[in-house]
Design a protein around this ligand. Structure first.
Ligand code: DC
Length: 223
């Protein structure tokens, strides 16, 4: 008999802007595996909370939304996130939503409420899971684990370029401060803080191209 525990998982954890999303999607596509963007779950929760006018630090109210929200992912091209049946994909990528997501993600009962939802993504033939606690809490027994990072300056520069290309008016100094603040919150929280999982392969992408990072991760799975 085989169970979910036999389905291979590659976890990619790391701070925001390290390139996890691009790398994870490319690897999932190459391997033909499923993809879990756990950040999108916390981002969707942040949107649900903001839309309802609930304070981001109202523990009980935020946890109640986490338990009751109806979240669905459409893996099409482009992929879609449906919150209570409404497509919110165009709203998940902003800095405001990312920062709000980091705040609601620090709440213990919220993380508990979302644990099972994330584990359900573990389906044959395999899963690439991207987040902060994929290798430590959600899939601690994953076969392959990567911790992907880059310097805060490099991550801010990449994000700056992305936002500028989208025509958004942003300041590099402000982005750097926000990224550092978010990192600190994600690393220092009590519940499932961002840290490298035991046995994870450490990759610093500061001086690597996306293709080089993808190759390293694929080599781990194909070894
Ligand atoms: O990966 P991201 O930037 O989309 O994530 C947004 C926020 O969500 C991040 O700052 C912290 C939180 N998060 C988390 O706590 N645990 C995860 N597994 C993924 C994201």
């Amino acid at each position: 008999m085989s169970g979910a525990q036999d389905i291979p998982v590659l976890t990619l954890d790391g701070p925001s802007g390290a390139g996890k999303g691009t790398v994870s999607r490319a690897i999932a596509r190459k391997l033909g595996w499923h993809y879990l963007d756990s950040g999108a779950i916390y981002r969707s929760l942040a949107i649900a909370v903001l839309d309802r006018g609930i304070a981001l630090d109202d523990v009980d109210a935020v946890a109640a939304v986490a338990r009751s929200m109806d979240l669905a992912f459409d893996a099409g091209d482009p992929p879609k996130v449906l919150l209570d049946g409404v497509d919110i994909s165009h709203r998940t990528g902003t800095e405001t939503v990312g920062n709000a997501a980091s705040k609601v993600a620090a709440i213990g009962p919220v993380r508990q409420a979302l644990l099972q939802k994330q584990r359900e993504f573990r389906q044959l033939p395999g899963l690439v899971a991207d987040g902060r606690d994929m290798g430590t809490v959600v899939f601690p027994e994953a076969r392959y684990k990567v911790f992907l990072t880059a310097s805060a300056e490099e991550r801010a520069r990449r994000r700056y370029k992305q936002l500028k290309e989208k025509g958004e008016d942003v300041s590099l100094a402000r982005l750097t401060t926000e990224i550092e603040e978010r990192d600190r919150r994600d690393r220092e929280r009590t519940e499932a803080p961002l840290k490298m999982a035991d046995g994870a392969c450490f990759v610093d992408s500061s001086d690597l191209s996306i293709e080089q990072v993808i190759e390293r991760c694929l080599a781990l799975v194909q070894a």
